[in-house]
Design a protein around this ligand. Structure first.
Ligand code: ZN
Length: 97
């Protein structure tokens, strides 16, 4: 049975295979190895096989957590350099102390 890319929506046929997919969060880039599913050769869209979506989502969540921690550390360092206390930083940046 043929699968067509819903993203391209122009009759592009998907290919069933395992492919390495890159993920991005801020400046971080990682790779989810050998993702099994129907891949679009044009736009990179993927219809995951069973379990592969969860594996991809977990890898992306881990990378985003790493990026968020890096961003928080950068904000803490900037506040320290500027001599801002938590309450002052919260007022300036939003999101509370
Ligand atoms: Zn496509």
């Amino acid at each position: 049975m043929k699968h067509f890319c819903l993203q391209c929506d122009d009759g592009t046929e998907l290919v069933h295979e395992r492919r390495d997919l890159s993920i991005h969060a801020d400046e971080y880039v990682d790779n989810v190895a050998q993702v099994s599913g129907w891949h679009c050769p044009v736009c990179g869209e993927c219809e995951f096989d069973a379990g592969e979506g969860a594996r991809y989502t977990q890898a992306l969540a881990a990378l985003r957590a790493k990026a968020n921690e890096q961003r928080a550390a950068a904000i803490r360092a900037t506040c320290k350099n500027l001599g801002l206390r938590q309450a002052e930083a919260g007022r300036l940046l939003g999101g509370g102390a």
